[in-house]
Design a protein around this ligand. Sequence first.
Ligand SMILES: [Ca+2]
Ligand SMILES: [Ca+2]
Length: 435
Amino acid sequence: MLRIVRVLVALIAAPLRPRLRSLTVSSFGRIGPLVCALVISGIAVGTAQPTFASVAADTLYGTSRDGIVTIDQNDGSLTPLAHQPEFRFFGLAFDSEGRLFATGLIDLSFPLLLMELDPLTGEVVDIIGPLEDVPGSPLILYALSVRPETDELYGFSYFSSGSPYSRIWTIDKSTAEITLVASEVPAGCASGYCSDSLGFAFAPDGRLYHTYRPSYGDRCLMILDPDSGEDLGCIPAAPGNLIDSTSIAVRSDGVIFSLFPFERPRERGAPPPDPPYFFFLTSFDPLTGAWTSTEVQEGIGDLAFSPLVVESVDIDIKPDSDSNPIHPSGRGNLPVAILGSETFDVLDVDVTTLAFGPDAAAPSHDLTKSGAFEDHLRDVNDDGYTDLISHYRIENTGVEPDDAEACITGETLDETPFEGCDVIKAVPKGRGCRS
Ligand SMILES: [Ca+2]
Ligand SMILES: [Ca+2]
């Protein structure tokens, strides 16, 4: 098995070894010239702004040979996005805002680049910059993952940049500047070549998983300290496929997906099988131990799940007031306007999902009744965009006397969640409530 991963890594890495062509970008090091170099070489970089909120949460993405694919989590079928054979992608990760980052090469030439992709089309929309430890020294970050608490982008390198150690890095999402976080994975690895696997991914609860495969001894699903690379312990991973996998990603419910290559047996006297591997997608729930496995038609590099992106909307609590005084212990109906805009049409709001305040109060009027929704539409701020006014019983909202703001949440009819907040001014009962 060890050999399989080494072969797989060799398959990925072999064509990359120096073969530096005229389009080497290492001497540029800045975005502008990089894009110029791409234009000169006829490689198109998309200019459209990515539309983060339109991707369904928990869609599984992967890097394939010629671009980005989405992967059906049940049957392993692949849907290729933009065909981009001029790029070779490795690591892949979403941040909490739904921005999709990849590491990769152009024309198999170093240096490795940090790129931003459009999650809908898979197209490269920005070449952020080269990822270099020591300039000119090949660094490959095979896996990317975003740390949930900080939204920082982390990278995992494997025997590259002249080191026999797997290493953990952080990467600046704006500049591609990298910082070494852990110089040995796991920390204290004395000999180098300690971990022989590429699986590296944060879980939503902040755990950092690594599919640890030592050259000798027990394999495991290791939990790493993201700040030191220290081994915090292993969790039992029932399916061998999981701990043998070359890439992992963790879904929002904590289920771990991994990709596992399996060498096709060679018949005696026959030519080598083509393709030489089977690939399996495994899901594993670390809480219950339940797991599934399904075949995937081609090799996939890093995996990544799209996050639940909450769209931000503008609201106006008490449209006739700027300070929005509220008696938290009072009674009555509090009007809240969701403001329409060029990018948010209030006609798309699913009124059954509206909830206001810490206790998530439901609207006090049934807006699904015939005509009720239309009766609550008005342009409260005279900007030409229709706004939706809904009302909430103050005693149901959970607003406390020292709260300085209150928020409304909901979903659009296509199930995109949104949230909007506005200031409030809690006033003791009995005082005037006009502003
Ligand atoms: Ca107001
Ligand atoms: Ca308006």
